[in-house]
Design a protein around this ligand. Structure first.
Ligand code: GTQ
Length: 348
């Protein structure tokens, strides 16, 4: 609700203009915008149907090589954010295409990246000298300031969703980047090394975490799906979330990434979630099944590979047609660490 503005008169206007010349402004004119009663986000609920975006991606594939582009990505721009390369206030998302035989050259940057595999299989991403093959539904991490390159040795196009904390890092003015001295890293560790070392309920005996990012950098969908499948027979299905798991670092139990929370949830057949909101804006990717998500007055119909955004502090509910699986991510770790995170579970 807009607060009544203070009366304006020529004397005040003249004063505001005069102090403006001295890089000063009157707080009382803007106080309630600066300190709102509840969040007023410009982020708009937005849905990208993969079948609409894919032809544009393939056209991009014939316009520019992955090498020339460095990263051949169509950015998912939130229309409420005035043309910024941002899907929410703090996060960036884009769909990256690598064609057979291509390489996206090695570089590193302070922005953290997640990859959620959408289409194709058998391409790799290499992080700090270890390659991991990418399969649909895998959640892959490129930690801040780690060398990474991507390549496609398969015979089909490979597409994944990139999620990065680009707008957050820009706001903090902490962006650094470097290109590697070669197109790709030579493998220095065998494939599967990180998962064996850190991702089997075991850790090397003297291991101490050196960074705030999970040492596991590929969470394969096969394992995630198996966990959800086993739990789908269980009694307790959360009315607001269905069966919702969060990805964590096995080294700390904290979120897998310091700036982004990631989740996978199963919505059983015939189940709808109750209305819910939390301060963090959520980016969803439909993985299996079809359904609707109601966000305020907006209704989105999704099917596998579609991406949609739920703005922060906006009531929403999911209504799958049959059993469905949704991946999602947000900046919740930041809200958590600043004691800002809130949620509201609404009862009908
Ligand atoms: O794969 O390294 O979508 O650096 C944007 C910036 C992907 C990447 C993006 C990047 C990358």
């Amino acid at each position: 609700m807009a607060e009544p503005t203070k009366a304006r008169n020529p004397e005040r206007e003249a004063f505001y203009a005069e102090i403006g010349e001295h890089s000063l402004s009157p707080l009382w004119e803007v106080l309630h915008d600066l300190v709102p009663k509840s969040p007023r986000t410009p982020v708009l609920p937005t849905l990208w149907h993969y079948e609409d975006v894919r032809p544009f991606l393939m056209r991009a594939g014939s316009l520019i090589t992955a090498k020339e582009a460095e990263r051949r990505v169509l950015v998912l721009r939130n229309p409420g954010l005035g043309g910024r390369e941002a899907i929410t206030q703090t996060l960036y998302a884009g769909l990256q295409l690598i064609l057979p035989g291509e390489i996206a050259p090695a570089h590193r940057h302070t922005q953290s990246a997640l990859r959620f595999v959408i289409e194709g299989q058998g391409a790799y991403t290499a992080v700090n000298g270890e390659r991991t093959l990418m399969n649909p539904g895998d959640f892959i991490i490129t930690p801040s300031w780690t060398w990474h390159d991507h390549g496609n040795d398969s015979d089909k196009p490979m597409v994944w969703l990139d999620g990065l904390d680009v707008p957050l890092v820009a706001m903090l003015d902490t962006g650094f980047a470097e290109t590697y001295n070669a197109e790709k890293q030579l493998p220095s560790r065998p494939e599967g090394d990180a998962l064996a070392r850190y991702g089997s309920g075991l850790l090397p005996v003297d291991y101490k975490p050196e960074t705030k990012t999970s040492p596991v950098f590929n969470y394969p969908y096969a394992r995630t799906r198996e966990a959800l499948e086993s739990l789908s027979g269980a009694q307790e299905i959360d009315p607001w979330h269905g069966i919702k798991l969060r990805y964590v670092s096995p080294a700390t139990g904290d979120w897998a990434m310091p700036t982004m929370a990631t989740f996978m949830q199963l919505l059983p057949k015939g189940f709808s979630t109750q209305p819910y909101r939390s301060t963090d804006a959520m980016i969803y990717v439909a993985v299996e099944g079809e359904g609707e998500t109601r966000i305020g007055d907006t209704v989105f119909s999704w099917k596998p590979r579609d991406v949609f955004v739920v703005p922060g502090w906006t009531t929403h509910s999911h209504h799958p047609a049959g059993e469905a699986v949704l991946f999602s991510f947000s900046d919740r770790p930041i809200h958590d660490k600043l004691d800002l995170w809130r949620e509201e579970r609404i009862k009908h």
